[in-house]
Design a binder for this molecule. Structure first.
Ligand code: C5P
Length: 432
């Protein structure tokens, strides 16, 4: 595959030399386009030696080849790392003041992945976030930066994701767009570079897009109060990491979480059930798998006060009226079925048994009502599941196959769920 590797002017440029190595060792043909500032961190000689191609950052070099047009048209994948705040801003506003930004404008349908790296304040600045949103709305995959130690003494979100994580996300993106752009019925093997990467790496979800919701929604009562739940988001985050490691392009729809999102995934933050519904329906439209691991509030306050509700001695204490939230999982299944789309939908259930039945009785009933393909069931109690690092689940399938148990760390459980999804997908027959 022909890859253009754009390198921004940040200290993390040195890590991109390893990323370039991963691409070339997997057999890809990589042309590096550093920005002028990037060459202050890592010199042109390094990029030329590692890529085996001449390197330039100016549209005025090799003018007779009209470099930016050729590179933009020939690229099958463009990866930009580190994507600095400046580079994101230039790309979002469509500027074309060096070879890399010119090439980005010439890229057409070519998938583009950007891996940001910068100080936390710069990443969280509304200007940067607006640029990221603009790029994402145009179909650019902008990864979340990793959290940890930054260049100075500071730490927080802003680190460049590890080269292996960027490599995996890039291969997933390229594979997904190869599958999507293939004519119906064509037998396309997503180009994952795996043949060259070595037989030890198994990526059963390569080329697929997986949307995962995680955490607990918060339903506002007034500007300072909300109705929430005890979900930590740990299981959803573990699922996102497992799906990413299985080669998928992962979109994480994160309600309130106590843990950071894993790197190498696309993150969208939501607060309420209604926001999650909108994000999930949108993301599901081009997802192969949707996993609803979020704890979605079944009810929300009927009225949200625009000002803080005060306690007053002269009026009665307020009563909170609740209205029902839409069942997102059920709606996802309905939309999929109405469109006759091939998509695997996975629900989660937190159940307790009672005199009317045990956990599995209630879970089977829920699987029937929600009509999703798989239901991952855990038994909850005051000291079980929520916020814990371990979990014990039973996976129920609509096809009626035997319930499958999985337990251990939330990563172990996530790996079992992803394995099961991979196995189910290999059985799915596309609609005629
Ligand atoms: O009905 P219950 O909340 O037990 O169902 C749990 C499953 O349904 C989870 O997968 C959860 O993400 C999803 N859900 C939903 N919309 C709701 C409530 C739950 O998608 N309003």
């Amino acid at each position: 595959m022909r890859i253009v590797l754009g390198v921004g002017g940040g200290i993390a440029a040195y890590k991109v030399a390893s990323l370039l190595r991963l691409f070339t060792e997997a057999g890809h043909d990589v042309t590096v386009i550093p920005t002028e500032a990037a060459t202050r961190f890592v010199g042109v000689a390094t990029w030329e030696a590692l890529s085996g191609h001449p390197v330039s950052n100016s549209v005025f070099d090799a003018v007779h080849t009209v470099n930016h047009v050729r590179l933009g048209h020939e690229a099958e994948l463009i990866v930009v790392a580190p994507a600095t705040a400046d580079l994101l801003a230039r790309a979002a506003s469509g500027q074309a003041d060096d070879l890399l930004t010119n090439t980005l404008l010439m890229a057409g349908d070519c998938p583009v992945l950007m891996a940001p790296a910068m100080h936390t304040e710069m990443w969280q600045h509304p200007a940067t976030q607006a640029n990221v949103e603009t790029l994402r709305s145009r179909g650019v995959t902008v990864l979340e930066p990793a959290s940890g130690r930054l260049t100075g003494a500071d730490s927080g979100p802003g680190r460049l994701p590890e080269p292996e994580a960027i490599f995996t996300a890039a291969m997933a993106l390229a594979g997904a767009s190869a599958v999507r752009s293939a004519p119906a019925g064509a037998d396309v093997e997503p180009d994952t570079g795996q043949a060259e990467a070595g037989p030890s790496v198994v990526r059963p979800l390569a080329g697929l897009t997986v949307t995962i919701s995680a955490g607990g929604t918060r339903e506002p009562l007034d500007p300072v109060r909300f109705l929430g739940n005890r979900s930590s988001g740990k299981q959803g985050v573990a699922l996102a990491a497992a799906a990413r490691d299985a080669g998928a392009r992962v979109r994480l729809l994160a309600a309130h979480m106590e843990v950071p999102a894993p790197d190498g995934v696309e993150l969208l933050r939501v607060e309420t059930a209604l926001e999650l519904r909108k994000a999930a329906l949108h993301a599901a439209a081009d997802s192969d798998v949707v996993i609803m691991a979020a704890a979605v509030a079944d009810f929300r306050p009927a009225d949200v006060s625009g000002t803080k509700i005060k306690k007053r001695d002269d009026v009665a204490d307020p009563v909170i009226n609740l209205v029902r939230n839409p069942d997102i999982l059920r709606e996802l299944v309905e939309v999929r079925d109405a469109a006759s789309r091939t998509q695997l939908i996975v629900g989660f259930a937190a159940e307790t048994g009672d005199a009317g039945g045990d956990v599995l009785d209630y879970a089977r009933d829920k699987l029937h009502r929600k009509a999703c393909d798989l239901l991952v069931v855990n038994q909850v109690g005051r000291d079980k599941v929520f916020g814990e690092d371990t979990n014990s689940v039973v996976i129920l399938s609509r096809t009626g196959s035997e319930p499958q148990e999985a337990s251990g760390s939330k990563s172990d459980v996530a790996a079992a769920v992803i394995d099961r999804i991979s196995a189910e997908l290999s059985r799915v027959v596309p609609p005629a």
